[in-house]
Design a protein. Structure first.
Ligand code: ADP
Ligand code: MG
Length: 252
């Protein structure tokens, strides 16, 4: 089989006595959507923080296209082609939507942090065009000039996806993109994920099982920091351990 795009090997993280992630081995295949599911506290966000370099691993290693990325700084990992959108809000509230995406694009191109770029404001037009393309893809062009803080919650979450997209990733990691969204916003987000999946490999944590079952090519189920099972959604949802651990005995 071809080398997986992203390979996790025995990935572990301890916070003091808490084993938040416990020996997770998982291959992420190119052009697939892998959904990571599991109860609260299972270690999903921590796993993403390890993949994206926010935390160092206690044990194991992570390869992107066969090259080690564990130990790299988050910004270096972004430059290797892996970007994330956050479970918590992560943009500059006073800047417009366009400026937020443009800064992310410039940071990717220059290797500078968005904060450093803000202090040395320059008006290179190319990131602006790239940023407009991203906003168009997210259907946010109408509000390009609005301060990020004034956008609806759903638009803010899409803007965060735009900030990740501006880094031109091969792999997009998304932590609960529909969290706190209305049913309509959730449907829009699901459609957005489906459209992004046409040309980007996606790893997503998502609680909404309807979204999960529609977008995922593979499911990875976590419980107590460990990977319970991984495989095609139809197989995983029939797994008795999964039903007991996560679905409360019911099929979602
Ligand atoms: N920065 C941290 N410091 C200490 N413990 C943490 C930290 N982040 C997460 N944890 C703990 O790790 C476990 C897994 O949490 P998390 O990865 O947020 O789970 P999930 O995203 O699946 O809900 C929990 O017990 C949580 O309290
Ligand atoms: Mg989480």
């Amino acid at each position: 089989m071809a080398t997986p795009l992203l390979a996790l090997d025995s990935v572990s993280k301890k916070f003091g006595e808490i084993q938040a992630v416990d020996g997770v081995t998982l291959d992420i295949r190119e052009d697939e959507v892998t959904a990571v599911i599991g109860p609260n506290g299972a270690g999903k966000t921590t796993l993403f923080n390890l993949i994206t370099g926010r935390y160092g691993l206690t044990d194991g290693h992570i390869e992107l296209r066969g090259e080690r990325i564990d130990g790299l700084e988050p910004q270096q990992i972004v430059r290797q082609g892996l970007a994330r959108s956050f479970q918590i809000t992560n943009f500059f509230p006073d800047l417009t939507a366009l400026e937020n995406v443009r800064l992310a694009s410039q940071a990717q191109r220059t290797g500078l942090t968005p904060g450093a770029l803000l202090r040395h404001h320059n008006d290179d037009p190319e990131p602006r065009d790239a940023a407009r393309e991203v906003l168009k893809r997210l259907d946010l062009l109408d509000i390009a000039r609005e301060p990020a803080s004034s956008l609806a919650h759903g638009q803010q979450r899409h803007l965060e996806i735009g900030i990740a997209l501006a880094c031109d990733p091969d792999v997009l990691v998304m932590d609960e993109p529909t969290a706190g969204m209305s049913p309509d916003e959730t449907v829009e987000t699901r459609e957005l994920v489906e459209s992004l999946a046409e040309d980007i490999t996606i790893v997503i944590v998502e609680h909404d099982m309807d979204v999960v079952m529609r977008v995922a090519d593979r499911l990875a189920v976590m419980e107590n920091g460990s990977l319970l099972t991984a495989g095609p959604p139809e197989t995983v949802r029939e797994d008795e351990r999964v039903q007991q651990a996560y679905l409360g005995g019911e099929t979602a």
